[in-house]
Write a protein that binds this ligand. Structure first.
Ligand SMILES: Cc1ncc(COP(=O)(O)O)c(C=O)c1O
Length: 402
């Protein structure tokens, strides 16, 4: 720490002792890379060790019931039929898998918003280049008053050539909770299916995949469910599963019916559950991370989500007040992630971010918004405390001379 900041680091929530987070860093970026508790990492090691005892038995027999344990646990969190849920290593893979399964032709339009995650957009651009389809961007205003403007911005870009719409449940850099319960059905009424990017989904905000009705939903367990890295899911609506394949097909691809009858799962599930010699320990551990999170709050995962959102709103109010800026979104539009425009003067986003890290040991993203302003995005997870956001507010005031 530089001499500029002589005070000691703020205390996180005591639950941080269950994590391996560096005590010399004020970690306010669960949104980018979610921390995993030690006991959950240990559970993953135990799954791996058990597999290593008898690898053939594991890969051809024991793995199925263990994968299903996580499948069932996760389906309760995201509210869907477990049979419609498969595992992939991250949300970006989920998006790429869906795109590979679409029958795209020159002139087809792929609708995205200006708030989608760059890796997902890159996959959209790549498939568009290969197929002759076109990526069409709906510009979500920033700041934004309410859902109506957002819905209108998306609808305004729908044409009769629109093949699919990519929507985030919570946008990465701006932290907007999209009104998916309105958008998914209204797009469907216009003949457009949705690919929902719920990277910030399970454990972040309440989800109901069955009720929302998206054609495809992908999301991460390794963010807000605190699962080990490489643990994500893809939900494919039952009417779209026939012939839907993973990015890489494996041994049983040409005899899926026969193979899946032996493993007592649908061909869709079998195609994803058996991907050859792949590490599935992170998938098996999703059930353990859900158990950990359920036990971490008297009201279970619902209580965790409520606690994190409440603290996020309080932290956002505090930082906005201290900096003398208006919050860019109404409270109803955010979860445990919040973006705040900074009165940055002549300072660039990378400069502010680096000062926060070097002088105050704060790990938090500072980046641009769709309006070209500079913003800070805070995340709130169980190990964070209000004291940490007060410290961030002090640091921002000092750096930005407020
Ligand atoms: C909205 C959104 N979508 C997709 C992703 C990509 O997640 P992953 O890196 O796990 O593929 C992120 C990552 O932060 C994200 O915020």
């Amino acid at each position: 720490m530089s001499s500029e900041s002589t005070r000691s680091l703020p205390k996180p929530d005591p639950i941080i002792d269950q994590f391996v987070i560096d005590p010399d860093v004020v970690y306010l970026n669960h949104g980018s890379f979610g921390a995993c508790p030690k006991s959950v990492l240990e559970a993953q090691v135990i799954h791996s060790l058990k597999a290593e005892r008898e690898l053939v038995r594991f890969y051809v027999q024991d793995a199925w019931s263990k994968i299903d344990r996580s499948r069932i646990a996760l389906s309760c969190v995201v509210q869907c039929n477990p049979q419609d849920l498969v595992f992939v290593h991250n949300a970006t893979t989920g998006v790429a898998t869906v795109l590979e399964n679409l029958d795209l032709k020159p002139g087809d339009e792929l609708l995205v918003t200006n708030c989608e995650y760059q890796a997902c957009l890159n996959n959209f651009e790549r498939i568009a280049k290969r197929t002759g389809a076109k990526v069409v961007v709906a510009d979500i205003p920033w700041p934004i008053e309410d859902d109506v403007d957002l819905v209108e911005a998306v609808h305004s870009k729908v044409t009769d050539r629109t093949k699919i719409a990519l929507l985030s449940l919570i946008t990465s850099s701006t932290g907007i909770r999209f009104p998916v319960e309105v958008l998914i059905p209204s797009l469907k009424d216009r003949g457009v299916e949705t690919l929902l990017d719920a990277a910030h989904g399970p454990g972040c905000v309440p989800m109901n995949i069955s009720a929302w009705g998206a054609a495809y939903t992908t999301g991460n367990a390794h963010k807000w469910l605190c699962a080990p890295k490489g643990a994500a899911f893809l939900h494919v609506r039952s009417d779209l599963q026939d012939g839907f394949t993973p990015l890489v097909v494996s041994n049983d691809a040409l005899k899926l019916e026969e193979a899946s009858a032996k493993t007592n799962r649908t061909p869709f599930m079998h195609a994803f559950d058996y991907a050859g010699t792949d590490d599935v320990s992170m998938y098996l551990t999703i059930a353990d991370s859900i158990e950990w999170l359920e036990a971490a709050h008297p009201d279970g995962i619902d209580g965790v989500m409520e606690r994190n959102r409440t603290m996020c709103l309080e932290a956002r109010r505090l930082i906005c007040d201290r900096l003398g800026v208006e919050p860019p979104l109404s409270e109803s539009m955010i979860g445990p992630l919040a973006t705040i425009d900074l009165p940055s003067g002549n300072m660039t986003a990378p400069e502010i971010k680096q000062r926060l890290l070097d002088d105050y040991r704060i790990q938090v993203p500072v980046w641009g918004t769709p309006a070209g302003t500079v913003s800070v995005r805070i995340s709130v997870q169980l190990y964070n405390s209000m004291e940490q956001y007060e410290y961030l507010a002090d640091a921002l005031c000092a750096i930005l001379k407020r």
